[in-house]
Write a protein of this length. Structure first.
Length: 94
C-alpha cells in the first residue's frame, strides 16, 4: 500500500508504507507526538518522527503512555498538556 493522504473536516490523515518519510514535507512550528505504550519508542519510531520534524525547525513534544480506551480524566489530562504546549500539529503514532 502506498502513502495515502486523506483530508477529513480539514484534518489530514496520512497512512501506509512510507508515511513516516512523507512527514518531512510538512512544516509546523510546534508538533505534539502522541503515542501509547513503549514499543514505538523501543523500536526507534518516535525518534525518527522527532528527527523529521526537528529537521524542519519544529519544536517537538512527546506525550507517551496513552492507554487504550482512556478515561475522561485521562483525556482531560492530555488536553491540558496539549493546551499548554499549543501545537499547530498533532501526530498520533502507534
Amino acid at each position: 500500500m502506498a502513502v495515502r493522504s486523506v483530508v477529513l473536516s480539514g484534518k489530514r490523515i496520512i497512512t501506509g508504507v512510507g508515511a513516516l518519510n512523507s512527514l518531512s514535507e510538512y512544516r509546523y512550528r510546534r508538533v505534539a507526538i502522541v503515542t501509547g505504550g513503549s514499543s514505538m519508542t523501543r523500536y526507534g519510531i518516535i525518534d525518527r518522527v522527532k528527527a523529521l520534524f526537528k529537521g524542519n525547525g519544529s519544536e517537538v513534544f512527546v506525550i507517551s503512555g496513552i492507554k487504550k480506551n482512556p478515561s475522561f480524566e485521562e483525556v482531560f489530562d492530555g488536553l491540558k498538556i496539549l493546551n499548554d504546549f499549543a501545537p499547530d500539529c498533532i501526530v498520533a503514532v502507534g
